[in-house]
Design a protein around this ligand. Sequence first.
Ligand code: F6P
Length: 258
Amino acid sequence: PLIDRIFNASNFEKDLAKKLGIERAIIVPGNSDRQERVFEHVSEQLESALDLLLPLGKNIITVLGGSTVAKAAEHFSPKLNRYRELLFVAGRGALGESVEIQSNTIAQVMAAKTGGKHQGLYLPENVSSEALDILIKDPNIANAISNIYNSDAVVHGIGLADEMAKRRDLDVITRSKLREKGAVAESFGYFFDHQGRLIDRVPRIGLQLEDLGKIPHVFAIATGAEKAPAIEAYMHHAPKQTWLITDEGASNMVLKGK
Ligand code: F6P
């Protein structure tokens, strides 16, 4: 069964977790750059890992956006909610990117698939700090933010710097500066170079990277050989309790540079 697979890490998985300095790595077969079915395995592994780690009873799971997390939600089932009351909370306001990959939508999909509940965070991403001060006093928003910080688990993606800069509508000059400085990864609004050095930061509302360390279970979901440098770069900042769910495409690349 899948749960035994998760308990018993393979040598590759142990090597990968060790190299990245995190608690656990799960490697699914294939390379998502070429094989869409990889996401099915990722979804199953994420569901099983959550089932293994989450306590019974009430649980809050914060979900970030991106296409990988969106696809990872697709194969969730009522199994996870059987002895639990799950609340999926969006970790970010809308990003101005397509609806399917916004965290609000993904939280909704996960809730629908498991039979849990969801809570949205409906905030524009780019507001003045004056407007924000007023917005975060709204009881619904204040409640969502408090749930985010009291989460039992977080599920997030790791993006390619260039792609995320485009998706987040950064202007051409900022984008070429990012490229010049060697940015390879983006997560939580931070851009990192190959060695994990901070290149730039786009301030965001919602869960911050600095606060991730306080969340008991953190799942980073990123696959495909192309994402190997981004995974390595981000992992310099990942809290120790992170579980990475990835595929052979990415992990072979990371382990090659052992
Ligand atoms: O938008 C949230 C996010 O998790 C980003 O922090 C990350 O860079 C991105 O999604 C990953 O998106 P994708 O899975 O589509 O590459």
